[in-house]
Every structure is written in C-alpha cells, then in structure tokens.
Design a protein around this ligand. Structure first.
Ligand SMILES: NC(=O)c1ccc[n+]([C@@H]2O[C@H](COP(=O)([O-])OP(=O)(O)OC[C@H]3O[C@@H](n4cnc5c(N)ncnc54)[C@H](OP(=O)(O)O)[C@@H]3O)[C@@H](O)[C@H]2O)c1
Length: 334
C-alpha cells in the first residue's frame, strides 16, 4: 500500500536523522587533505603528507577531509591511511565521491549510483578502513537527477558503510531534493573573508535545517596566509594559476587587503593565519573551518587559531576591511 510505504519511509528517515545527528559531531577546525595530493603545488612528498596529518592529530585537529579524486590515484587517501595507522580511533574521516580523473589530468563528474558505490569501496581500501564517518557527494552531476546520486548515498548510510552523508558544492534546491531521499548532515562550500557567496541563502538554509556547514578555502588557497609575493608567478604545475583571484589587478587588490588584515593581526599580537582562521570560525552558521596545509609546520601555526579569542572590535575592523575591498572575481577559473 503506497500510504503505508510512505509512512515507513518517513519513520526510517527520522530514525536515520537521529542516528546521523548523534554520530556526527564536527569540531571547529579540520584538516583539508587536498594539498597533500600534490596537485595544487607539485612536490609534496608522501613523507611530508604523513607528517602533516600526524601533526594535525597531535594538535587536536582530528577531522580529516579528503576525496576519491584527491590525487589521480587517491594519493591523499593513501597518505592518510599511512598517517593514521594505530590512531584510527582518534580521527573523524570524511571523504567525497562522484568526481574522478581521466588521463590527461581532466576531472570528470560522475554521480551515477554504480560509480558512487564503486568509488566508495575503493576509497575504503585506500584508507584501510571499513567505514567512513562522513561521505559527501562531491558535486551534483547535472547529467542525472540528484535524487539518483542521493539514493546511492542513502544505501551506504543504511548499510552502515558511512556514518553520515553530506552534499558538497550544492545549492539550496539541490540540498532540498537530496534530503528528500537521504538525510543530509553536512554541506561543504567555499567561504572566506573575501568569498562569502553562501551568506545570504545557503547558510541560513543550512542553519534552519541543522545541516553542518563545512567551509573550505578559508585561506583562499594560501593567499590569506600573506605568503604570496606581489610578483608571484605560479608554475604551470600549480593549479592556482587558473584562478582569476591570483591574476593581474585582482591579485594586487587582494594583496592590498592582506596587508590591511596583517596590520590588524600585528596590532593584536596574532599571526595573520590565526586571525584569518579565528575570524572564519566565529562566523554565524559556520560549523567547521577546513584548512589545507602541506607541512607539519603550517599545521602547528594554523592550530594556534584554536586558542585565539577575537574581541568584537577586532571583528568589526576586519568586517570594515572586507567591505572596503568589495566583491572579488573569486573562484572563477580562466
Ligand atoms: N568540496 C570541494 O569541492 C572542495 C574544494 C576545495 C577544497 N576542499 C577542501 O577544503 C580544504 C581547504 O582548501 P585548500 O586546501 O584548497 O585551500 P586553503 O585551506 O584556503 O589553503 C591551503 C593552502 O594554504 C597554504 N597554507 C596553509 N597554512 C599555511 C601557513 N600556516 N603558512 C603559509 N601557507 C599556508 C598552503 O599552501 P602551499 O600548498 O603553497 O603550501 C596550503 O596548500 C581542502 O584541502 C579540501 O579538503 C573542498
């Protein structure tokens, strides 16, 4: 009987929702393991990757975020497996499915159910785990209804292969359709001082539905660390050369902004990175700030944000500087 089936489905969804919410406790700061695959900046060794992950755990940053496509052959997931040997119980592992690499370094979105199931099985092998704490659909596949992808993640949730499910790079409508099929515990989108596109619509939606918002690019791919030079040249092997925010006048204006924020940090005896991460962590609706790093040293610096308390006046001054910079040509690739 259709009516009874619907009721069962609702009950099941509610049960799952309770299970998911109980199990998914995300801390304020997490390590993003994309740079460990060496695709943003080439030359990140496996040893450096392992040390970066180990340093994060040592500093209490135990939520590790990776994806099936972080590295053409899952280099990020494989490095994590090596780094967490004997420490699996200390960490929360999130991975993503639905994007893979074709030969010639071409990324392909494929959210078909069979592909998702196959990728997740492979991710588990690479990570040497039998279950993921959190699994995201990496991005909606516009070639199929999102409900089909959601169905595969729902199956993995029901089978206990994943503890909770998220949607990365989705909009409100996609979240809504996804959640009709599979309880949605987390969303992942880019968010930082200069890229706040999620603020008006997606962020309030997630807050109203109690969906965690995991913010990536808090350091604007390194720009907000203050490390980039005015005459910075990104080698072709560094994927940052493709982004408008790292080019020409736009890049120079972003560096002017960094100078302003750096002086605010100096006034408060804070490192620029601590100030940037701490500001991001206190933004209303942001559950977790997901920073990438390529060395144990960077992790140690970034972990200082955990002990950083920003006064209202400081937040106000940062917000003024953001207003003055105005909208940027952010994440569009050239
Ligand atoms: N869902 C999605 O579609 C999606 C998309 C992008 C990212 N993400 C996730 O979000 C995470 C964060 O994004 P991201 O890593 O691209 O960008 P990010 O966190 O904004 O920037 C990371 C980069 O900043 C630099 N950095 C970090 N700490 C530093 C320090 N203390 N001093 C100097 N430089 C420092 C490093 O650059 P160098 O490499 O030059 O050392 C690092 O690669 C990713 O790792 C990934 O897990 C998800």
């Amino acid at each position: 009987m259709p009516r009874k089936q619907n009721n069962n489905l609702v009950t099941q969804l509610v049960d799952n929702e309770a299970r998911v919410k109980k199990q998914l406790t995300l801390p304020g700061l997490a390590l993003g393991c994309w740079p460990l695959a060496g695709m943003t900046r080439a030359g990140v060794t496996r040893q450096a990757a392992i040390e970066t992950v180990a340093a994060a755990i040592d500093h209490g940053i135990t939520h590790l975020d990776t994806a099936y496509c972080y590295g053409e052959n899952g280099e990020s997931e494989r490095a994590i497996a090596q780094a967490i040997k004997g420490r699996q119980n200390e960490v929360t592992i999130a991975s993503k499915c639905g994007i893979h690499w074709q030969t010639g370094k071409k990324q392909t979105v494929d959210g078909r159910p069979d592909t998702i199931i196959r990728e997740v099985k492979e991710s588990l092998v690479r990570l040497e785990l039998d279950r993921l704490d959190l699994l995201y659909l990496h991005t909606p596949d516009t070639n199929i209804p999102i409900q089909e992808s959601a169905g595969a993640l729902r199956r993995l949730l029901d089978e206990g292969i994943v503890g909770a499910v998220g949607l990365s790079n989705g909009n409100v409508e996609e979240c809504r359709l996804f959640a009709e099929i599979c309880p949605l515990s987390a969303c992942q989108r880019h968010f930082n001082m200069l890229q706040q596109e999620i603020r008006p619509v997606l962020l309030p939606y997630c807050q109203s539905k109690r969906i965690a918002m995991v913010a990536y690019w808090p350091l604007m791919k390194g720009l907000l660390t203050g490390r980039m030079k005015r005459d910075q040249v990104f080698p072709r092997t560094d994927s940052r050369h493709k982004y408008l925010m790292f080019r020409g006048e736009e890049f120079q204006k972003n560096l002017d902004f960094v100078d302003t924020i750096r002086s605010l940090a100096t006034q408060q005896n804070l490192s620029l990175v601590s100030l940037v991460l701490a500001w991001t962590m206190v933004q209303k609706g942001i559950t977790t700030v997901l920073f990438g790093a390529t060395s144990a040293k960077q992790v140690a610096t970034n972990a200082q944000a955990l002990a950083c308390h920003l006064e209202d006046g400081s937040i106000f001054a940062i917000n003024e500087a953001i207003q003055q910079r105005g909208p940027i040509l952010g994440s569009r690739k050239v």
